[in-house]
Design a protein. Structure first.
Length: 194
């Protein structure tokens, strides 16, 4: 049986509300401009000295258009508001997941990846962040490996000193290994500008 998952359409209420308000305001302004163009001939006929029967027909037409237009306009504004919510859902969801991915990277959780739905926006941004996390993961894995090698070399050096077996050849060999690991770590760190 298919599992039902509840959809939350308001993911980023601030962002989505702003876009819905913007779309509704644009629609209202557009509606008033269109209504001014539609009603202006009737208003002109009613305002100027036209014969009474022409004015009566204009008044009847004006009232008919006026009575039918407002419910349609109100319904259309509500429809556009709901449609904008669904459209912004395809934007706000990816932004939410991308922000979470950035927090994961900042917190050192480099194994997390950003997964977007097929029809979501910002797939390219999510892929770049996943590539960034993979690059960090590779570099930090190498740093951990080199750090582990350094720890081993230090233990070897401590053992040689403790056992009083440290001669110049062994000491130089351990120092050379430590220097190589340090240089490898430094090369990785030099790629970052802090």
């Amino acid at each position: 049986m298919a599992q039902f998952t509840r959809r939350q359409y308001f993911i980023d209420k601030n962002l989505q509300t702003r876009y819905i308000a913007l779309m509704v305001m644009v629609l209202i302004v557009h509606t008033f401009i269109v209504l001014a163009a539609v009603f202006s001939p009737y208003i002109m006929m009613l305002s100027f000295d036209f014969p009474l029967d022409t004015r009566a027909e204009a008044a009847k037409a004006f009232l008919l258009v006026h009575g039918n237009a407002w419910p349609v306009i109100g319904g259309f504004i509500i429809f556009v508001g709901i449609l904008t919510l669904f459209v912004t859902h395809r934007i706000a969801g990816p932004i939410f997941r991308i922000k979470r991915g950035i927090r994961d990277i900042a917190d050192g959780r480099l194994n997390e990846t950003i997964h977007l739905r097929k029809k979501d926006e910002f797939h390219d941004v999510a892929e770049e962040l996943n590539t960034l996390a993979a690059g960090f993961r590779d570099r930090f894995s190498l740093l951990k490996e080199k750090s582990s090698l350094l720890a081993g070399y230090i233990k070897e050096l401590e053992k040689e000193i403790r056992d009083k077996k440290l001669d110049e050849t062994v000491g130089r060999h351990v120092i050379l290994n430590i220097q190589e690991s340090r240089e490898a770590i430094q090369a990785i760190l030099d790629r970052f500008h802090v």
